[in-house]
Design a protein around this ligand. Sequence first.
Ligand SMILES: C[S@@+](CC[C@H](N)C(=O)[O-])C[C@H]1O[C@@H](n2cnc3c(N)ncnc32)[C@H](O)[C@@H]1O
Length: 478
Amino acid sequence: MIDIKINNDKLISLVEKKYYGQALEALLKINKAQLRKQELRVRSSIKFIKGILWELLGNFPKALNKYDSIIQMQPNNSIALQYYTQLLSKMGNIPGSKIYFKKLFQLNPEIKNPFLSKRNYLGFRDRTYDLRSLQFSMLDSNNNQEICIFLLGLINFSMLNIRKSIFFFKNLTESNLYVKIFRLIGQYFVYYNTKIIDEIIKIKLNNKNPLEFKLNNLIELLKTNNFTSKLRMFKYIPQIPAFLKKLLKSIPGWLDLCEGNLLYQLSKTIKNKKHNLKYIVEVGAFYGRSSICIAQGLKDRGGNDTLLSIDPHLGIPYYHHQPTIKQFLENIHKARVKEKIRVCRGTSEEWSSKISEEISMLFIDGDHTYEMVKKDLTLWEDKIMHNGLVAYHDAILDGPFRAINEIINSGKYEYLLNVGCIALFQKKNPENYDKMDILTIFNLILLILYRKFYLDFLRQDETSMKNKIIELIKLNSN
Ligand SMILES: C[S@@+](CC[C@H](N)C(=O)[O-])C[C@H]1O[C@@H](n2cnc3c(N)ncnc32)[C@H](O)[C@@H]1O
């Protein structure tokens, strides 16, 4: 029984009412000597509950400490390892998280399948790694092959390996309508055959939830679009220099390699007809992953263009408490791109009023709340040149996703593509403001589908954590 001094029902009711602080306080009162007398299972689950409660309250170091002490007692406790790993990743320690993740694999070969194991922490951060582990899982007949094939299709699609992804989707024996949408849009991107649009228009999801409602509306919009404008698919070519790839792996951050590749390619090829100085602006630099990719692109292109890298460098509340400036400066020095970067310590708001030059691209990866993502565009929008670009990182997350829906509704931007979790937009000519183009519709459909499938892995939401606590309390009451 968990109930040494406190009543289980009371604890469950506190958790259900989301009074996490009070629940934690009650547990912290448990006498340590009394607890030591309990069997291991009870001790570890009390630690577990405390860990989850600390996590819900935003004190990640304390939560980490609790999960760690369970691992010390039970090195093979895969749930504790999973929570520990996930939290490390949430706090930005991706390399550390990967080491534990490997250990987790060794202990539980069956959890290699990310769908079955709810591997929601690394799932979309390192796609090349995921592809490798999925291909490996395919060889193992105990794994759920259909799920592996689906994931291989999904991840390849999000890296714009469209032909490969169509191949996987075609090989799914139990296909559903979402997969069909992916496959058809992919085929359209590859073959530009307008007959494919007729196939997409026929799809009707059953409209039970808001997601399906939104997708149906978008599919409906395809009927009214006259598709006169030619589809200008951006050709994404992974071309980042090998030495940079290696360096990037050693820098903590959330930017996936395919996203870094895109930033590199864009800054290397971005058009700048007039030869006056142009800036690329990045909001949110952290330890410099994106800054290095952009600056290297500018360096390889030649010319005077510079990256304005804006960040207060004070750390990120809840995730990462240390200042990042020292390591950031070291990293851009190691990458030999320092001369291409103007380091701007401070917020996007502070710097937007100091800059009057035109900018060719705005990369938004700062504060991810809806209000701030929206504000980041408002602050810089007027400075973005004709045909200039706006890229959002973490486009599938709630804040950026809401802001992206608004930029689409404004009619002022064309939605060019999704690579990884970057959504890329281009400023339109004013005469085209009221025309919703086919590329924008397709990319929004794809973003909604990525949100659906990736967030299932990524999100350890409050409800599921709450349920985990209740499950643990009940387990101990038996
Ligand atoms: C997700 S990290 C950026 C990651 C980085 N782009 C990379 O590739 O590794 C978010 C960063 O945004 C910064 N930040 C938060 N609010 C900001 C603001 N208003 N203006 C500029 N930077 C901000 C934080 O200090 C943090 O370093």
